[in-house]
Write a protein that binds this ligand. Structure first.
Ligand code: FPP
Length: 247
């Protein structure tokens, strides 16, 4: 059965965000070091992207490296940065073939030069693609992003370009890294952890959450479909009552 035929085509979310968790535990369970789990996690990224294209999602955001991840052992951080460079180099032809555009959110300036350069190269060559947009959250945290947006707005007020009365939710939203990206309708977190871990704090205000027991390196296309099926069984009320939604 195709992935799409398992879903209600009139209720496919535009944007799914994923906290890819469990790489370290997956590797440890088999007596390997944590970085092996991250390497295997790239295969799951591949599967998630292929499934997203088949299903027809417009945006997928992957939490690849948080601001807090800088505090991990130096060797693990280096291995992750190296893996990113390798994965991007390897996957760029596939992104082009699948009409996927790459973009990033987060404090990308804090990444090592090699990682930044590889990312920029891939962003440039995929910029004309108009299928799925892959948003990689790198050196990202929701609180960092909110503070960053606040600074930009304060600067504009200071320069007299903006009145305090003009600050509203729309303006704040456009000052975030995600200004041209719709809020995710669905957040998925793998590995049986039930936390947000500082991810997309503003954007997830009305998203549905789906927690899976699967460790990220085991995540495959059907796991994404299962999450979407669960999403499609929910009633999104946005603060209203059921009768108002269904009339
Ligand atoms: C969380 O698992 C995972 C990460 C911090 C890194 C995610 C990176 C990848 C999947 C590979 C590179 C990605 C791309 C986009 C090419 P964890 O280490 O916190 O696992 P644990 O909770 O079991 O310790």
């Amino acid at each position: 059965m195709s992935l799409k035929s398992q879903l209600n085509e009139s209720n496919i979310p535009r944007h799914v965000a994923i906290i890819m968790d469990g790489n370290g535990r997956w590797a440890k369970k088999q007596g390997n070091d944590r970085s092996f789990g991250h390497e295997q996690g790239v295969e799951s990224v591949r599967a998630a992207l292929e499934a997203s294209v088949e299903i027809g999602l417009e945006f997928i955001t992957l939490y690849a490296f948080s601001t807090e991840n800088w505090n991990r052992p130096k060797e693990e951080v280096q291995a992750l940065m190296q893996l990113l460079v390798q994965a991007i180099a390897m996957e760029t032809p596939t992104l082009l073939k699948q009409n996927i555009r790459l973009t990033t959110i987060g404090d990308v300036a804090s990444l090592p030069e090699e990682t930044r350069d590889k990312l920029q190269e891939c962003i440039d060559v995929t910029s004309q693609n108009d299928g799925l947009t892959l948003v990689l959250a790198l050196s990202y945290s929701g609180r960092w992003e909110i503070v960053d947006a606040t600074k930009k707005i304060a600067e504009q007020v200071k320069e007299g370009k903006l009145q305090i009365e003009d600050i509203d939710e729309d303006l704040f939203g456009t000052s975030l890294n995600t200004s041209n990206i719709p809020d995710p309708e669905l957040l998925i977190r793998t590995s049986g952890e039930y936390r947000l871990s500082n991810f997309l704090l503003w954007q997830l205000a009305y998203s549905e959450f789906y927690f899976s027991e699967v460790l990220w390196p085991d995540f495959r296309k059907q796991d994404l479909v299962d999450a979407l099926k669960d999403y499609q069984s929910r009633e999104r009320r946005f603060g209203k009552i059921s009768e108002q939604i269904n009339k």
